[in-house]
Design a binder for this molecule. Structure first.
Ligand code: SAM
Ligand code: SF4
Length: 329
């Protein structure tokens, strides 16, 4: 088991397999001038499999593949196939923007992927173009249809942005009427690859709930499952659920069970913290699995108590100016 010094069991890895993406969501990365990682800087699939093998042996039970956009990395599906064979791995999930995903859905089902997080910030094609700087809404909706058709659990992730898509909160919430999906509204975080940060978050979780309640006063609170990052709700009579993720407010840190591996192999024990060690460099330096495991155990035991502490400990480093695509969301 992987434990931190606060007594939390760490059993969830978010693995960002690429920093590249076919969208340019303005809350995640700038439109131009991005310094993409070179092939040499990226972890190879073999290195990822080795690292995941070590981590799963140490108690990681769930791996979420993210990025960047996982489906833009060549040979992603063969890698997923290999990963799905790891003994001890109980849950393999993916976060995707859904642009290239639809044709792979039957294969995801076959590999045992039970749930997919699909990013969808608006149902309006023009606003989708404004937010993502690309005109791919139909492809994303096709992915949603395919996922539901193949019986894969879907969580729709919508980042709520002041002045951009707050008019989409209700239409997105209304999707839960007919669809058995979980629509999750996420507070906008500062990780947009630039330094244009707001000083106060206008649309926090309280405001998001308030705007849903204006139409659905009957919305009811559901119990939050262990380790849930969202406050969960249901509109009576609707098939799906609603979640609100206080990602900026950081109210879920107390029960955090996760670590992250960035595309270049940095192990992050907190989203808001700096990388604590680079697994790719250690593997390339010839570390055996047991040495790697010992180094990880030590690093994880020192996991920060919460995002505020991690941010404080990273003082001097431009953590908040990173793109979410280089951290993995
Ligand atoms: N490309 C995939 C996607 O968009 O689903 C996976 C990577 S993306 C970085 C993972 C998640 O992070 C997405 O749901 C995205 O909406 C979210 N995200 C990105 N930047 C964010 C920000 N500044 N604040 C809050 N969520 C953000
Ligand atoms: Fe790409 Fe996902 Fe970032 Fe949008 S949020 S730019 S889809 S990595």
């Amino acid at each position: 088991m992987l434990l931190d010094k606060h007594g939390r069991t760490i059993n969830y890895l978010r693995l960002a397999i690429t920093d590249k993406c076919n969208l340019r969501c303005f809350y995640c990365m700038p439109e131009e001038g991005i310094d993409w990682l070179s092939k040499k800087e990226l972890m190879s699939y073999e290195e990822m499999l080795q690292a995941c093998g070590v981590l799963v042996k140490m108690g990681i039970e769930k791996i979420r593949i993210t990025g960047g956009e996982p489906f833009v990395r060549k040979d992603f599906m063969p890698f997923l196939n290999e990963l799905s064979k790891l003994q001890g791995l109980r849950q393999l999930t993916i976060t995707t923007n859904g642009v290239l995903t639809a044709p792979y859905v039957p294969e995801l089902k076959r590999l045992g992927v039970q749930s997919v997080n699909l990013s969808l910030d608006t149902l309006d094609r023009n606003r989708f173009l404004e937010i993502t700087r690309r005109d791919y809404l139909p492809q994303v909706l096709e992915t949603l249809e395919q996922l539901l058709h193949h019986g894969i659990d879907v969580k729709l992730n919508a980042v709520v942005m002041d002045g951009r898509n707050t008019q989409d909160i209700l239409p997105l919430a209304e999707l839960t009427k007919e669809l058995p999906v979980s629509v999750r509204f996420i507070e906008e975080m500062p990780f947009n690859g630039g330094d244009n940060h707001y000083t106060k978050l206008a649309w926090d979780h309280v405001q998001i709930l308030h705007s849903i309640k204006e139409k659905y006063s009957e919305i009811t609170k559901l119990p939050d499952p262990p380790y849930s990052t969202s406050f969960n709700y249901k509109i009576p009579g609707h098939k799906g659920k609603i979640g609100i993720i206080a990602a900026y407010t950081r109210s879920f840190c107390g029960t955090c069970n996760r670590i992250r591996l960035t595309p270049q192999g940095e192990l992050k024990t907190c989203l808001y913290g700096k990388g604590v060690m680079n697994l790719k460099d250690l593997m390339r330096a010839g570390y055996t699995d047991s040495r790697l495991g010992a180094a990880v155990r030590e690093a994880v035991s020192n996991k920060e108590k919460n995002g505020w502490e991690a941010e404080k400990n990273s003082m001097g480093l431009p953590i908040l100016n990173a793109s979410m695509a280089t951290i993995g969301g």
